[in-house]
Design a protein around this ligand. Structure first.
Ligand SMILES: [Zn+2]
Length: 470
């Protein structure tokens, strides 16, 4: 029988209403009572507030589950995309995210006494710099409902970080419904049906929804206007009977999940273990290189191989590594290091329709050296006539390698090809983001979108390679 993992995640964020502390305690204890693993993505300020209010009970109850991170101040202006959008330099903007949010990571770790198992953005406050920061912080999973990058409703790798977002099997308790538990049960049944061969069911929510009758951040930070903590307004609360009913409804959902056959309630560690990237450290044969070359010459995107998938960035590295081999004979194998996307975009400047084979090989060698040093794809490579953008060089090298491998002799020259960056189609709509109340009116993020497109070189499906032990 296929196993469906249920990843239950709770954005624990309302640091204004004290009743939200009780709600978080209740949710953590209820999950434990029903033998379910929760993943509490905690906001830094929420963790500090729990400590200041002496809520050791809530801290202890949450610490029995997995703990994730949900930014330092959530929707307090300036939010993540708002402070990152003006920054034109990729490295500087990643450093800015780490500087502003890093304190929260340390506080959450320290207050709960646990490593951070995942991160997910507040609201639609998504930015590609966060994925990059997770590599530095050794946080192994990006977990959220919403994302501007998605891959057919399954888990995927983005910037070499396992990402569970925009899942086809997702459940959210519809609290506004008259019978939320009954509706949630129906959603669980649908999620099970959507995964006939197993997979991940994303079950997300917010403890504060049990008590807050309105969003705590909408009443405080609408329109991107900040206020002093002394002026924070507590969100309107549900009447006590409604809170009691919400608790009963949540308990019903937990009881249902606990007794659902064929599911396993897990935290991020089990998902990370099950979906580990089996292409890492491997050497690939000529057959794989040839298949990659044929594909990339026509369409640049991730590609399936026996061990899983290679991202477009890995496939680029693979071709460069193969072409860069010292001897003039074809090497037997090559590596596909998981490099990141280019940090900026460059345009092709050469007008020639062909480049000498020697120049292609020399450029591949320089590109590989560059990637080994920077861990990023180059924005462009230089040939004698000028520049080839990363995409155009990738397609040109791919065409050259494909004929080299099929003929067995190195071609005298390579046809200059235009790279089709098909991986960019998995990135949608970030530039238009303006639908989150804490954003300033008319906020748009074209620069974040461009950075995300560049990093989409790294997107590829994450395949479950093993089952976590029970
Ligand atoms: Zn949130």
């Amino acid at each position: 029988m296929p196993v469906r993992y249920i990843l239950t995640w709770l954005d624990t964020e309302d640091y204004v209403a004290p009743a939200a502390d009780d709600a978080a305690l209740f949710v953590a204890e209820t999950l434990s009572r029903h033998n379910l693993v929760g993943t509490f993505k905690v906001v830094g300020e929420k963790a500090r507030v729990l400590e200041r209010r002496g809520r050791r009970d809530a801290i202890k109850a949450i610490a029995r589950h997995a703990v994730g991170f949900h930014t330092d101040f959530h929707s307090k202006p300036p939010t993540v995309p708002v402070y990152l959008e003006p920054m034109a330099d990729w490295d500087e903007s990643v450093a800015e995210f780490e500087r502003r949010e890093g304190r929260g990571v340390e506080d959450v770790k320290h207050i709960f006494g646990k490593e951070i198992s995942c991160y997910g953005q507040p609201g639609t406050g998504w930015a590609p710099q966060a994925h990059r920061a997770l590599l530095d912080w050794h946080v192994p999973l990006y977990l959220d409902g919403f994302s501007y990058v998605g891959l057919d409703g399954g888990p995927f790798w983005f910037q070499n970080v396992l990402t569970v977002c925009r899942m086809k099997a997702s459940v959210y308790v519809p609290w506004q419904d008259a019978e939320p538990a009954a509706k949630a049960v129906e959603l669980f049944r649908r999620a099970m049906d959507a995964l006939p061969a197993g997979g991940i069911i994303s079950f997300g929510g917010h403890p504060c929804e049990l008590c807050d009758a309105e969003w705590w951040d909408v009443v405080n930070f609408s329109g991107g206007v900040d206020r002093d903590p002394s002026a924070y307004v507590a969100p309107r609360q549900f009447p006590s009977e409604r809170i009691a009913k919400n608790r009963t409804e949540f308990e019903k959902v937990c009881a249902f999940v606990e007794n659902l056959p064929g599911v396993k309630s897990v935290g991020p560690d089990a998902i990370v273990e099950a979906c580990r990237d089996t292409t890492l450290g491997k050497r690939f044969t000529r057959e794989v290189v040839e298949a990659a070359a044929r594909r990339l010459a026509e369409s640049i995107s991730f590609l399936p191989i026996e061990e899983g998938h290679l991202s477009a960035a890995q496939a680029f590295y693979l071709l460069a590594d193969f072409a860069a081999a010292k001897s003039s004979a074809l090497p037997a194998e090559a590596r596909a290091k998981p490099v990141l996307g280019p940090k900026s975009r460059a345009e092709t400047t050469i007008a020639a329709s062909h480049i000498p084979g020697d120049e292609v090989v020399a450029a591949a060698r320089r590109a590989r050296r560059d990637m080994d040093k920077t861990k990023h794809l180059p924005s462009a490579v230089e040939v004698s006539d000028g520049l080839l953008s990363a995409g155009d060089f990738c397609a040109t090298l791919a065409g050259f390698m494909a004929s080299w491998l099929s003929d067995g002799a190195r071609p005298e020259r390579a046809e200059v090809r235009k790279g089709r960056l098909d991986f960019e189609k998995y990135m949608t709509g970030l530039g238009d983001c303006n639908d989150w109340p804490p954003f300033p009116p008319d906020f748009h993020a074209p620069r974040l979108e461009e950075f995300a497109r560049l990093q989409a070189w790294t997107i590829k499906p994450a395949v479950e390679v093993s089952r976590a032990s029970s």
